[in-house]
Design a binder for this molecule. Structure first.
Ligand SMILES: NC(=O)c1ccc[n+]([C@@H]2O[C@H](COP(=O)([O-])OP(=O)(O)OC[C@H]3O[C@@H](n4cnc5c(N)ncnc54)[C@H](O)[C@@H]3O)[C@@H](O)[C@H]2O)c1
Ligand SMILES: [Zn+2]
Ligand SMILES: [Zn+2]
Length: 345
């Protein structure tokens, strides 16, 4: 079969690889029908995630059809259509029992990281019973690909951790797929205002279409002054960091109102400055984390009902065989006006 294989920093190849096989009774082999590329895959290709070794198949998102199941798999059989979660979880270890799937003792984020991932014709999913979700008949499967990673991430680590409440003023820093997923799911809670910040004017325009009430173009506008002006000098109830650089975490600290929350979603490669000397007296809470995907089933219901429309995030479509071209487009997202690309087998 073909797979997108990591060849060390800056190197990747769409090449032949042996078919995955059931290794443990709880494994499920899935024929990948659709997958996508994540910003994290670009980080890996830059060499920022050294745990990924040469020869690894990338990818942690997708939908597919069950090809084979191990003898202990109870929830799925050959032919079932499934959504693949970016987080693998056994469902029975102490962390899984409290839905902290990202810290499953035999799972967590391993797909396309520590084991071969979804950017391939077939993928082995360990603990298939808990790591796959059945796709209801008649679903928009492209939309569901957005539920493997970005929507649970924005919702759990941004919206829920930030405790967005009706009437809140929210700032989301970063209008990439994760910031957009946060923007879409924040609206479940009817905040009064959602201010989206980015440097990319096109992404800000898209954000307006997705429900941002205000946008600020970082770099050409003084973001802190503008937010203070918009909020009568008070600041925002919830500041969500969806970039992963020190400057944006700093910005969140400057614009959060007394009693407010900073929800950090971005993955940071460098340490940030934490201004405890200013924040303590303002009663600020700070949260951070790796997505658990324990909200996937709930999010799927909101997609089924039409309340959440994640297909809006898809800007480009390719055949799985053209994945090298898709990387070229996704890797130049600003120039190509790309948000999420769909690869179909
Ligand atoms: N916590 C988790 O579990 C989890 C899961 C997935 C992704 N992430 C992280 O979330 C972050 C966002 O992911 P993404 O895929 O949307 O990334 P992305 O690179 O597509 O988007 C980031 C956006 O931030 C903007 N930006 C860059 N610098 C900025 C600045 N100084 N001010 C304002 N905007 C700025 C960029 O223009 C871009 O639109 C990444 O750090 C990613 O690794 C976290
Ligand atoms: Zn991802
Ligand atoms: Zn577990």
């Amino acid at each position: 079969m073909k797979a997108l294989v990591y060849g060390g920093p800056g190197e990747k190849q769409w090449t032949d690889k042996p078919m995955p096989a059931v290794e443990k009774p709880t494994d499920v082999i899935v024929k990948v029908e659709m997958t996508t590329i994540c910003g994290t895959d670009l980080h890996i290709l830059k060499g920022d995630v050294p745990a990924v070794t040469v020869g690894r198949t990338l990818g942690h998102e997708g939908v597919g059809v069950v090809e084979e199941v191990g003898s202990a798999v109870r929830n799925f059989k050959k032919g079932d259509r499934v959504l693949i979660s970016c987080v693998t979880s056994c469902g029975s270890c102490p962390n899984c029992k409290r839905q902290l799937y990202s810290h499953c003792s035999d799972g967590g984020w391993i797909l396309g990281h520590l084991i071969d991932g979804t950017q391939a014709e077939y993928v082995r999913i360990p603990h298939g019973d808990n790591s796959l979700y059945p796709i209801p008949e008649g679903s928009d499967e492209e939309a569901l690909v957005m539920l493997s990673d970005i929507l649970p991430t924005g919702f759990e680590i941004g919206v829920l951790a930030g405790q967005i409440a009706p009437g809140d003023t929210v700032a989301i820093v970063g209008a990439g797929p994760i910031g957009m997923a946060t923007l879409l799911t924040a609206q479940f809670y009817s905040p009064a205002r959602i201010i989206m910040l980015d440097m990319d004017a096109n992404r800000l325009e898209v954000a307006r279409g997705f429900g941002a009430t205000d946008v600020i173009q970082v770099g050409s506008e003084d973001a802190v002054a503008k937010i203070m002006e918009m909020t009568d000098g008070v600041g925002v109830d919830v500041a969500i960091e969806a970039v992963g650089v020190p400057a944006t975490f700093g910005l969140c600290q400057e614009v959060v109102a007394p009693g407010g929350r900073i929800a950090n979603v971005g993955v940071h490669g460098k340490s940030v400055e934490l201004h405890l000397e200013k924040l303590w007296i303002q009663n600020i809470s700070i949260s951070m984390g790796l997505v658990n995907t324990n909200t996937t089933a709930m999010l799927m219901k909101t997609v089924q009902s039409g309340k959440l429309k994640p297909a809006q995030l898809i800007t480009h479509r390719f055949a799985l065989n053209d994945i090298m071209a898709a990387y070229e487009v996704f890797g130049n997202a600003a120039r190509e006006k790309a948000m999420k690309v769909i690869l179909s087998a």
